[in-house]
Design a protein around this ligand. Sequence first.
Ligand SMILES: Nc1ncnc2c1ncn2[C@@H]1O[C@H](COP(=O)(O)OP(=O)(O)OP(=O)(O)O)[C@@H](O)[C@H]1O
Ligand SMILES: [Mg+2]
Length: 343
Amino acid sequence: VPVHLVDRRPQVAAGDLVSGLVPPPLFDQVSFASYRPDPTEPSQAAARVTLEQFADRVGALPARASRFRRRSAAGVAAPGGVYLDGGFGVGKTHLLASLWHAVPGPKAYATFVELTHLAGALGFGGVVEALGGMRLLAVDEFELDDPGDTVLVSTLLTRLTERGVALAATSNTLPEALGEGRFASEDFLREIQGLASRFTTVRVDGPDYRHRGLPAPLPPLADAEVIAQTTDLTASRDDFTALHRHLLDLHPSRFGALLDGVTRVGLLGVAPVPDEATALRIVVLADRLYDRQLPLVASGVPFDQVFSPAMLGGGYRKKYLRAISRLLALTRLGRQLPTPPAE
Ligand SMILES: Nc1ncnc2c1ncn2[C@@H]1O[C@H](COP(=O)(O)OP(=O)(O)OP(=O)(O)O)[C@@H](O)[C@H]1O
Ligand SMILES: [Mg+2]
């Protein structure tokens, strides 16, 4: 009998949040050495060199035993931050995690969503205490869905840089262009500007690595095939529409825990999503599925038809394209698996 994700409402303890601030499983083992720059995209090799140098600089800073502010020793430059800018699937997370692995601890790695959740659990001051002693904080997928969260995270990053924490971040747009005209608040713009000035931008150009030289998306399976491939205890099987309705009721920070113990995900009746709120939840779910490299088996429409042309032409275009790229990659993973024996 498979798991039904719609029956789960996970809670996560505060202590587990801090100890869980490491790269996701897919990026456990990555390194600068395993990053293969595309020779036709010179920015990739250049980005690796810049990040290796940044890792050396951050690693050379004296480690701190106390939580007090680090004063820059003579001749030691303040660490500041690097911002990896590029399209989806160019290897930003690979490089960010490689940087994290290359720097000696204490250090932390989190997505933007995880940081906001941490702040919810520990309070702002609690997060500053928990992370203020780090040598490096890597933040993947800086998001701007919510101006409140953006201010929260940029203020947090500002406090942490003041304590001498080196920062590294990714998102799909330049810090100066984040939120492009979607939010008018002057405070918000001021926050972004302040944040942007702390980062050196490292550009990573290139095509989506996940689809380098790959054929067109696989056609979806029939319902019966999805059912046959999701019969074991660690598979999940849900109706796509019921699942995305459930996601609207659940904070996005819980989507990872929703997938605990699941080794394969079945979705029945994948269909175009009705609205942007749902679409953005699907994006977060796609991220958590992808972090865990969960093979996907699905019936209905192919994932490149889930988001409407209007959505794909709107402000969240890059998020949707990234989600499609990830879901198609997981679908391919799903096809390589043998069908388990039926119950
Ligand atoms: N140059 C490269 N050499 C080796 N592996 C790579 C390279 N670029 C990407 N990859 C691999 O391709 C996959 C996608 O890369 P990654 O997730 O780092 O891209 P990304 O830019 O963070 O994409 P997204 O926009 O989806 O966040 C990962 O498994 C990563 O390890
Ligand atoms: Mg990434």
